[in-house]
Design a protein around this ligand. Structure first.
Ligand code: SIN
Ligand code: CO
Length: 389
């Protein structure tokens, strides 16, 4: 699947001109798009415990918005009215491989920035109200029609109607209105106010990105530094000089503190690279990978891979890789693994393919380090064999 950008725009030009900058309506960007999920399957997912879902009802005129969190039971769906409600299910890409496939159209953006595909099914006039999101999103029209309105006026973070579980904007003056049909895609950068209302029943898919809050990122990095680099001992000043005024914090003291802090905070690129890969591949709590119960020894793993030929990626697993100066790094679900810096495409293959073929990896599997790595990833639950006994 490929995203057909308008007016012969290349993906690089899209990044330069639109990504994080301004909205772009892409008519027919996914030609002949067939939604790989039905309203019934979506409702079924919303009844499962590990699936995050919401049912939003209400309309602007009555300002009677309500949000209920899943899991739901079948009865909930039979009792719904004909109009004014939406069922939204997060992370459908992790639950259904056929929805995951859609991500192939968005591979011009690094995977670590990706969050999920959310799928929504709305009854006629269903909507979650005018709002802003913190993240970039590609809104794909799957089935039916949805009228999208946007405005780009400043909206403050606290500018929401009080007392609702939803972040709905009290003011919304549309600057643009588009009715999206199947295969149309609307890109919105963060903080653009938008409001999508179903015209008849409709199914929409949102490819949502994530961006760590700078404070969370820095806090996590400082925690890492403290853990790895800062001794437990207390401040010491064996060279203390008598000072003229006891209440003064002298310039020498400030310099000393500054030196001390810089010594702790200074980190080489390798440590940062190693930490960031671990941090960014951590899984959401509700979507964590379970380790495989009967861990295999490397030799047993190799034999099994040779016999079965295929290993499948666990759909909750988050993976990434990096080429360091001295070693290559593989990141999987918050862990880092080191490999010799051979510049090989082994890491690219195992992080970008959903199915690993023995024959395709054979040249690396003759080496112990690659064998051991794949064995560990299998035992951690990142990959599994179709028949595990
Ligand atoms: C929806 O699919 O109904 C809402 C998506 C959004 O506005 O982010
Ligand atoms: Co939104």
């Amino acid at each position: 699947m490929k995203l057909q950008l308008p007016s012969a725009l290349t993906s690089q030009q899209f990044l330069e001109q639109y990504w994080q900058k301004k909205p772009l309506l892409m008519r027919g960007a996914l030609p002949n798009f067939k939604t790989p999920i039905t309203a019934e399957i979506l409702a079924g997912l919303a009844c499962e415990d590990e699936v995050e879902s919401r049912l939003v009802s209400g309309c602007r005129e009555l300002n009677n918005w309500q949000a209920k969190l899943g899991p739901f039971d079948e009865e909930t769906f039979t009792e719904l009215p004909d109009k004014h409600w939406t069922l939204l299910v997060q992370d459908v890409d992790k639950h259904l491989p056929e929805v995951h496939q859609i991500l192939e159209a968005f591979r011009f953006i690094p995977e670590w920035r990706l969050d999920d595909i959310m799928v929504s099914y709305a009854a006629d006039q269903g909507s979650v109200g005018p709002h802003i999101d913190d993240y970039d999103v590609f809104l794909i029209q799957g089935e039916g029609k949805r009228r999208w309105q946007i405005h780009s006026q400043e909206v403050s973070e606290d500018d929401y109607i009080d007392g609702l579980d939803l972040r709905i904007l009290p003011e919304f003056n549309a600057e643009e209105t588009w009715v999206l049909e199947p295969g149309d895609v609307l890109y919105l950068p963060p903080n653009i106010a938008h409001w999508g209302v179903a015209e008849g029943e409709c199914l929409s898919l949102s490819v949502g990105f994530r961006a760590p809050a700078l404070r969370d990122l820095t806090t996590a990095w400082c925690d890492e530094i403290i853990e790895q680099n800062v001794p437990k001992q207390r401040y010491r000043d064996p060279e203390l000089q008598q000072q003229a005024n006891f209440a003064e914090i002298t310039s020498e003291t400030t310099s000393q503190i500054s030196q001390l802090m810089q010594q702790f905070l200074h980190q080489d690129k390798h440590s940062l690279q190693r930490w960031f890969g671990r941090y960014i591949t951590e899984q959401k709590e509700s979507l964590s990978t379970e380790p495989f119960e009967d861990a295999l020894e490397t030799e047993a793993f190799y034999k099994k891979f040779l016999a079965q030929k295929k290993l499948t990626r666990d759909s909750y697993s988050r993976m990434a890789y990096a080429h360091g100066e001295k070693v290559d790094l593989l990141f999987a679900n918050g862990e880092a693994f080191e490999l010799p810096a051979e510049g090989s495409i082994f890491l690219q293959k195992i992080t970008q393919q959903r199915e690993l073929q023995f024959d395709d990896l054979k040249i690396w599997l003759d080496k112990t380090c690659y064998q051991e790595l794949l064995t560990t990833l299998h035992n951690r639950g990142c990959f599994f064999f179709t028949t595990e006994e």
